[in-house]
Design a protein around this ligand. Structure first.
Ligand code: F0G
Length: 433
């Protein structure tokens, strides 16, 4: 549909053309969002159209993002789409995880099945397509790892130069390896995510590089498709809760916006509640939502779930709005809780990276406190693939995992590899026990 950029701040609401390369409102500095400027006449027919597209062999229809392009702001530019067949991620039942979380049933929407192994691909296909629309040749981001892997891949596919900035020593090797392999110029900066974001914004302005952090409203547009696809897979029956990890809070913003649009256009008639889970050592949004008052950044965020090691999340005003609209909840979880929940998800044959496991850890706390009921219909979004951070897995299972303060994370569900002699009798004896 036809669209514009609008300032997210209600007192301002200034409007800008959709092809203006801005990341904040030039009038008041607020966040920007995409708004549609026309009312669809055929929204009723979309569900059938989207279902029908799943049977097509055309690249754009095979994408679990672009299949829903009626709700994306790219009219007239579909020939410029850069896609790696993102989305199409499964809904998985996990009875053991449900039991651990205090629920009768849980479904995971596993974004780790994406081309680069995280939910960032849903947004990046739109971000890089917007770079093409704007005829930009260079794109950049700061990242805790997944955004950089995704941007590098999509820029590579589009033939653009990509420049990645990451906090030195604080991203997993799986993610760093992806950025290198996909050909991004990679800078490891001696600073944390929040500090590097400020640096990259200055550089992007000075050098005319297109910035692809989640402050970029087109990334948020693509991430809406996680919700569109989830509801399509559920025959448009909204769950009671959608649970996700919170870092920079871009995904929370995207999920809320997607749900609002589906309600507005009559595609769903009930609003699920969003539950955002943060790591206790990087939980500024949790603190803010619990205490109210001003938003205070955490100066030195700490967590082994490095994907969500963010102390000053840029999208908090949007996330506040979306949690209010959806009557949502926030929770925080410890390193031990994340590690154990992650091992449970692994035992279900599913697996995920540490940040993703905060969802199940959070659900366990939300059911314990009675905020979430056992019989409620819950979808938890696993944001990244199990192989993103193998070092963490090995350390947990062998009892070597230390929290950021040097304390031991107990291998509650540890599963150590065993060294054995090359001797059938000896091994048979061990297996008989
Ligand atoms: N889960 C994973 C696996 C992530 O990589 C991220 C964010 C989040 C959750 C949190 O999402 O920021 O939208 O609240 N990773 C970013 C990155 C910051 O640079 O890859 P959010």
């Amino acid at each position: 549909m036809l669209a514009e950029l609008a300032c997210f701040e209600r007192p301002c609401r200034a409007r800008f053309p959709i092809d203006e390369a801005i990341y904040n409102c030039p009038a008041c500095g607020g966040l920007l969002e995409v708004v549609f400027t026309e009312e669809p006449s055929e929204a009723d027919a979309w569900k059938e159209l989207w279902r029908h597209r799943r049977t097509s062999n055309q690249a754009i229809e095979q994408s679990g993002v672009w299949r829903y392009r009626e709700l994306l702001p790219f009219d007239g530019h579909h020939h410029q789409v850069v896609s790696l067949r993102e989305g199409n991620t499964p809904l998985l039942d996990a009875p053991r995880a449900a039991q651990y979380g205090g629920l009768d049933r849980i479904t995971f929407k596993h974004q780790g099945f994406n081309p680069t192994g995280s939910f960032k691909d849903n947004g990046m296909t739109c971000g890089v397509t917007q770079a093409m629309r704007l005829s930009r040749s260079r794109v950049a981001c700061v990242s805790t790892g997944n955004t950089s892997a995704s941007m590098a891949a999509y820029a590579g596919a589009a033939g653009l130069d990509s420049i990645v900035f990451i906090p030195h020593g604080n991203i997993s090797y799986g993610k760093l390896a992806q950025a290198l392999e996909y050909g991004a110029r990679t800078f490891q900066v001696e600073a944390n995510f929040d500090q590097i974001l400020a640096l990259v914004r200055v550089l992007a302005d000075r050098l005319g590089i297109y910035l692809l952090n989640s402050i970029n409203p087109f990334r948020i547009e693509g991430q809406k498709a996680i919700i569109f696809e989830m509801l399509d897979q559920r025959d448009w029956n909204p769950p009671d809760w959608i649970v996700l990890p919170g870092g920079n809070l871009g995904n929370t913003s995207a999920f809320g916006k997607a749900l609002r649009e589906l309600c507005r256009f009559g595609l769903i008639h009930k609003m699920p509640r969003l539950a955002v889970i943060q790591a206790a050592g990087a939980a500024p949004f949790y603190q803010f939502m619990k205490k109210g008052g001003e938003f205070h950044a955490v100066a030195e965020p700490k967590t082994l779930a490095t994907a969500i090691r963010i102390g000053d999340p840029v999208s908090w005003p949007k996330a506040l709005h979306e949690l209010t609209v959806t009557n949502g909840a926030v929770e925080k979880v410890s390193e031990q809780e994340i590690a154990d929940a992650k091992a449970v998800i692994g035992q279900c044959g599913i697996g995920c990276e540490p940040a993703s496991a905060s969802t199940l850890a959070g659900i366990r706390k939300l059911t314990e406190s009675g905020i979430m009921r056992a019989d409620e219909d819950v979808v938890a979004v696993l944001t990244g693939n199990v192989l993103k951070d193998p070092d963490y897995i090995y350390r947990y299972h062998t009892g070597e995992l230390k929290d950021p303060d040097g304390g031991k994370v107990e291998p509650t569900l540890g599963n150590r590899p065993v060294v054995v002699p090359n001797d059938a009798d000896a091994i048979a004896k061990m297996l008989d026990r």
